[in-house]
Design a binder for this molecule. Sequence first.
Ligand code: NIG
Ligand code: FE
Length: 415
Amino acid sequence: MSRILIKNIKELVQVETEIKKKVVGEDMKTLPSIKDAWLAIEDDLIVDFGKMDDLEITDWVGLEILDADGKMVFPSFCDSHTHLVYAASREEEFVDRINGLTYEEIAKKGGGILNSAKKLQNTSEEDLFNDAWKRLEEIRKTGTGAVEIKSGYGLSVEGELKMLRVIKRLKAESDLTIKANFLGAHAIPTDYKEKRSEYIDLIINKMIPVIESEGLADYIDVFCETNYYTPEETDRVLQAGIAIGLTPKIHVNQFTSIGGIQAGIKNNALSVDHLEVMEEQDIQDLIQSDVMPTLLPSCSFFLTIPYAPARRLIDSGLPVCLATDFNPGSTPSGNMPFVLSLACINYKMTPEEAVNASTINAAYAMGLNETHGSIAVGKKANIFITKEISSVAFIPYSFGSNNIETVILNGKVEG
Ligand code: NIG
Ligand code: FE
């Protein structure tokens, strides 16, 4: 058995004695913590924690002791929305945007998602795996302990299955907790522009049965957006996924509000993601549901599109989750601390709200709230120890710096 004691922790953040499903509205401002604390880990689980004054050790056998004097301990971030398996970067589109083209204009001339699909066609499973592995290593160092990864750059039977098999191998080999989301309906492939329902038939009749037989996905996603998939098409794809046990987690309201949120609610989506453009009705409908609103501020930052109305959502009593959207087109970064900075600066979320949104609420958005997202007895020992820092607020305040010194995943110290 491996046993670790972390002692003299300046502040142990996001502690829970009773496990919450999510943190909602006004409560998001509260971040429970213990100052001058200790934390005990056995194998891959958190087994106890408390105040240093109350620490009594009777059994020192095989106990590894880490001294966190001046340092803080957080539960690892959960990044509930990424597309981090991809074949190549797309900095040429970045330059196109600098020169005045919009994301939509670039997509119309064959760039965007279709560009990534073309590049993926000629890339081997091995190369995709190795590149994605490097990205996982990078996000591990910035505090991510669980990550959702989507397909969606295949847009053909072979391409989508290739991506999902890569994600399955990442799941098996990585110390990060990984969930797979099938996003066959990410864009309409060029050859199907005039016969879009045939592509949807392909998703339903050719991709989904293999996904079921090989156990390739946990979730089903659709990009419900003008020029991509309509709410009716979204509904059709989601129903087919639900029929094989997948839970919807979908892209909606990035550029237009066309009924994607309602399609998500109707199909009991775990989360609806993006939400840059929100009508009052969308907010009212979400309030009546259990769907987690998920915001992606680094996508707004990178594309210079409006920021989601996070304050309006929280002040209306909703929970919010924060994620990166790591992908080659709209967010070439998986850096969660930077997402927290953007949320504080541009959404006007408090640091406490930002931590709640990226831990407990993000675990909810990944179906992991019983095992991840907080410091609680019996939860996974997925945590990070910071460098010496002054407060929780220092993390989003010192944007661009990596304040993380030690990462522990599944109870293993990873450096
Ligand atoms: O979440 N909005 C749709 N999909 C991705 C972008 C994909 C791309 O541009 O490659 C997103 O932003
Ligand atoms: Fe996305």
